[in-house]
Design a protein around this ligand. Structure first.
Ligand code: CA
Length: 225
């Protein structure tokens, strides 16, 4: 997933970025509310915003309210400093999907992110923490990819690309969309370079790579059909 961490505590944001990247997510960080709001609104590829409440410029509550006001389609996981009912209610009222009380165990953050990713903005909630197209499966809990049950080692970027395809089965994704989802903001990469990474990914998947189809002049699609 492409995640945005909005957190002014530098140590915590560095730690979260590192741990989330180890879990093979694409992670961007903003250190104040206004920048967080701008990143979340501008970049179309963000799946979930991990949003601290106490922030410079704008509070996390305000950021969540503004994102929902503008109908920005992202999951919002609020980090509250205290386990106070008032804060939790305010967060959920502002449009957060879930909250986590600081300090928290990273495993719990991972579990809540998985739950949020399964909830999805549209469509039914998936029960299984697995994304599957044809013989290719990505286990969101183990963060592992298999083809016909056999584990496949992917680079972080290949993993992100595949996750993007599996999260949008049957949908044609343009190079720009893949770039938004699978790379951090401002990554020095052209849409054409996306082709090279799709090529690497297909190679790693072996025969199953054929499930990623080229849609001429547009981009790529992965589907059962
Ligand atoms: Ca803070």
């Amino acid at each position: 997933m492409h995640l945005l961490v909005v957190e002014d505590d530098a140590r915590l944001s560095i730690l979260l970025k590192r741990l989330l990247e180890e879990d093979r997510h694409v992670v961007d960080v903003a250190h104040d509310g206004r920048t967080g709001f701008e990143y979340a609104s501008d970049a179309r590829g963000i799946d979930v915003v991990i949003l601290d409440v106490g922030l410079p410029d704008m509070s996390g509550f305000e950021v969540a309210k503004w994102l929902r006001r503008d109908r920005i389609d992202v999951g919002i996981l609020m980090l509250t400093a205290r386990d106070s009912v008032g804060d939790r209610v305010a967060g959920l009222d502002a449009g957060a999907d879930d909250y986590l009380v600081k300090p928290f165990a990273f495993e719990e953050l991972s579990a809540r992110l998985r739950a949020l990713s399964r909830r999805g903005p549209t469509g039914p909630r998936r029960v299984e923490p697995r994304l599957t197209v044809g013989p290719v499966t990505l286990d969101e809990t183990l963060r592992q990819v298999t083809v016909n049950g056999v584990p496949v080692e992917l680079s972080p970027r290949e993993f992100s690309l595949l996750e993007c395809f599996l999260r949008h089965p049957g949908q044609t994704l343009t190079r720009d969309q893949l770039l938004d989802h699978a790379w951090p903001f401002g990554a020095a990469i052209t849409p054409n370079a996306v082709d090279a990474y799709v090529h690497y990914l297909r190679d790693k998947l072996g025969q199953a790579g054929a499930w990623i189809r080229t849609v001429r002049g547009v981009g790529y699609r992965m589907s059962d059909a």
